[in-house]
Design a protein around this ligand. Sequence first.
Ligand code: 9UX
Length: 72
Amino acid sequence: AMVVGQFTIGGMTCAACVNSVEGILRRLNGVKRVVVALATSLGEVEYDPNVISKDDIVAAIEDAGFEGSFVQ
Ligand code: 9UX
């Protein structure tokens, strides 16, 4: 079953960063939906925990040069 997680993203300073983070996460297997807000540095991701873990999602964010941390 899909779950929804919220995360904070550090290092985003413009709208292109938002598109970059969203694009990277949308490409991951197991990720269904991603929204990222620049103003709050918050993101929400709907994913299948049987396919991808929070650690995998954070690793993808950090590989792209940002900091990621799950709130829940
Ligand atoms: Mo914007 Mo983000 O010019 O890494 S794309 S700062």
